[in-house]
Write a protein that binds this ligand. Structure first.
Ligand SMILES: [Zn+2]
Ligand SMILES: [Zn+2]
Length: 370
């Protein structure tokens, strides 16, 4: 284990191309190319690729590399470096946003699909097929990809603006507190000195009057300080208003951008309204009674002996059911005005009666001729 780690560190110290080691050249820097992730030193890159694209000098690797693609390694593990590169590239293309999907479920499915694609590319499964899919998607959805990239950039910049404003606000607050403290200290000092000089120069009878006056001066000064505080508070409020305006602006822009994304957004068309629960009675509530409320007990000479009679109850007889049926029957028909319904029915009949009359006459005529 320890020897393994040691040998790997030694290997890292030596350029696999020119075999020069960091021991001899402490300033040596290693670069990688995302084409094959073979590591080599900076001077080798300069030497081999300065005159244009060339094959990777590492034995067994025939990838064509360009100098401008070489960069410093971010992660120590080359595997991690490669995965991060792949992830960045795939996320750049498959950058659909949650609000573009009908449901959370659909968005989750999309995220899972994206992870599958990344995993395939990382572990070199179906690379050609997956790459072809990605290219096809990128070509077909160029507009939405651009729109989403713009939204992302906008979000990042508005976040930056908000941070700056918050910092400015905090700075103003700190400044105000410091100023307040400073002014107060200076005023107290000045007031005290003034008071002492007046006392020293004046006669002893004036002492009370001078003290009163000094107190008044201090009061005046503190009111002036209050107005200063008020001014700072207003400044901060204005800043906050500005802040709010910026955040509003960004939401409006986001909505607009999302709309343009929707034009090409194949998956999300419109979020359906949540369905109301099915009502088989069309608003009629089965147990609702408008004219009475069912009690659990009504005194009755006839029913009272039955109430606790085992012979009756054993058969399943329930007095509550009896009450419910009796009351329903007693109140059934209230608010149903039969007279009105008949006159309405007659009115409806007269309007159609001409047709029926004609039909009956025709029938009669037919009978006569027969
Ligand atoms: Zn080298
Ligand atoms: Zn290579």
């Amino acid at each position: 284990m320890a020897s393994n780690a040691a040998s790997r560190r030694d290997e890292d110290e030596v350029c696999p191309v020119c075999k020069s080691s960091r021991y001899l050249n402490p300033d040596m820097r290693f670069l990688i190319n995302p084409e094959c992730y073979h590591k080599m030193c900076e001077s080798c890159v300069d030497r081999i690729f300065s005159s244009g694209p060339a094959n990777c000098p590492v034995a067994g690797c025939r990838k064509t590399l360009r100098k401008n693609r070489f960069r410093k390694q971010t992660f120590e593990d080359i595997g991690v470096e490669r995965e991060v590169d792949i992830r960045r590239r795939v996320m750049h293309i498959l950058n659909r946003r949650e609000e573009e999907f009908d449901s959370k479920r659909a968005y989750d499915d999309f995220l899972e699909q994206r992870e599958d694609i990344i995993a395939n590319l990382v572990s070199r499964i179906d690379v050609a097929k997956t790459e072809a899919q990605l290219q096809k998607y990128a070509a077909e959805n160029m507009q939405s990809i651009r729109a989403n990239q713009a939204i992302e950039a906008e979000e990042a910049s508005s976040f930056q603006a908000r941070m700056t404003l918050e910092q400015e606000e905090a700075r103003l607050r700190r400044q105000a507190v410091r100023q307040e403290y400073e002014t107060e200290r200076r005023e107290i000092q000045a007031g005290r000195e003034d008071f002492l000089t007046r006392l020293a120069s004046g006669s002893s009878t004036d002492a009370a009057a001078i003290a009163r006056e000094g107190h008044k001066v201090l009061l005046k000064k503190s009111s002036a300080r209050r107005s200063e505080e008020e001014r700072i508070r207003q400044k901060q409020a204005a800043l906050r208003l500005d802040n709010k305006r910026i955040s509003n602006l960004s939401t409006v822009e986001q909505a607009g951008a999302a709309d343009t994304g929707l034009v090409k957004g194949l998956r999300k068309i419109k979020t359906p309204e949540p369905e109301k629960p099915y009502d088989p009675f069309m608003g009629y509530v089965p147990e609702k009674r408008d004219y009475y409320s069912l009690q659990s007990y009504y005194p009755s000479q006839y029913l009272d002996p039955i109430r606790n009679d085992a012979r009756m109850l054993a058969g399943g007889y329930d007095l509550r059911e009896y009450y419910s049926r009796t009351l329903l029957e007693a109140f059934a028909g209230l608010s149903c005005f039969v007279g009105e319904e008949i006159s309405q029915r007659d009115a409806a009949n007269t309007s159609t009666s001409t047709a029926t009359e004609g039909a009956s006459m025709a029938v009669e005529g037919g009978e006569n001729t027969a």
